[in-house]
Write a protein that binds this ligand. Structure first.
Ligand code: DGL
Length: 274
């Protein structure tokens, strides 16, 4: 594999469409970067899978993106970051990675009521990363948690305002509001797509923290340090890949990103995309 250059693409992946919330922020922050995005929709959701499985998928997708010249890998999935980031850094020691961690630190700094809610998948809550974030940043606040069972699937279907989506969020947030919640942390990259609904349920006084802009800035800092930041002024190109149904992804993207991107469907054979 040849060495990456400034014009090499940024590789971004998630189990599905969730990481598009991060891709969107990266594109806004660094419009001239070329971006490759892999949605592992053949295996979504990751959140209820074993750590071992999530590691295997994440490693295989990383291989795929590196083979297409990625200069950095953004694990735009809290679940894969919790389960596999450490493993990926060990497996690809030469490759720079940026991952996600629930934004408990800013939430703990910003809350007035001292009650913070985290919405994330079961695998994220079970991981060591989450335990360490809570230990480091949340000693002075009450942290309430909910896995929003079924929400990732609804968002994958594009049901951003559907009845089931309403029910899941109501069931997660009402009890938290009853306990004085004033700050919600989106600990799953799918959830920024339902921010309007979360705001509708919680009202104006509750702050919702989407970590995507901070992650985009972090990617920019890493590229700057590595001397790999593209500053040529030209508009970057974006290519999406999915291990699932390409047509379905193509029709969903405008709803999520307010514009279309080319999509290629990729088969998953012998434990890897190709
Ligand atoms: N978007 C994901 C996350 O940030 C994964 C959701 C899932 O596949 O369960 O956790």
């Amino acid at each position: 594999m040849s060495s990456p250059t400034k014009t090499s693409p940024i590789g971004v992946f998630d189990s599905g469409v969730g990481g598009l919330s991060v891709l969107r922020a990266i594109h806004e922050q660094m419009p001239s970067e070329n971006l490759l995005y892999f949605a592992d929709q053949d295996h979504v959701p990751y959140g209820s899978r074993s750590l071992e499985e999530i590691r295997q998928f994440s490693e295989a997708v990383t291989h795929f993106l590196l083979a297409r010249g990625a200069k950095i890998i953004v694990v735009a999935c809290n679940t894969a970051s919790a389960a596999a980031l450490h493993h990926l850094r060990g497996a690809f020691p030469e490759v720079p990675f940026v991952g996600m961690e629930p934004a408990v630190k800013p939430a703990a700094e910003q809350t007035h009521s001292g009650v913070v809610g985290v919405l994330a998948t079961p695998a994220t809550f079970q991981g060591e990363l989450y335990a360490s974030v809570i230990e480091r940043f949340a000693s002075d606040v009450i942290v309430l948690q909910n896995t929003c069972f079924g929400l990732v699937e609804e968002i994958e279907r594009g049901a951003l305002d559907g009845q089931k989506t309403h029910q899941i969020l109501e069931a997660a947030l009402r009890p938290m509001l009853g306990r004085g919640l004033d700050t919600v942390v989106l600990g799953c990259t799918h959830y920024p797509f339902v921010i309007p609904l979360i705001e509708q349920i919680c009202g104006d006084s509750v702050r919702v923290i989407d970590p995507a802009p901070a992650v985009a800035k972090q990617v920019e800092r890493r590229l700057e340090t590595l001397g790999l930041l593209s500053k040529n002024g030209a508009r970057g190109e974006i290519q999406l890949y999915t291990s699932g149904d390409g047509e379905k992804l193509k029709s969903l993207v405008p709803q999520l990103c307010e514009r279309s991107y080319p999509v290629k469907e990729v088969g998953w054979e012998n434990g890897r995309p190709n």
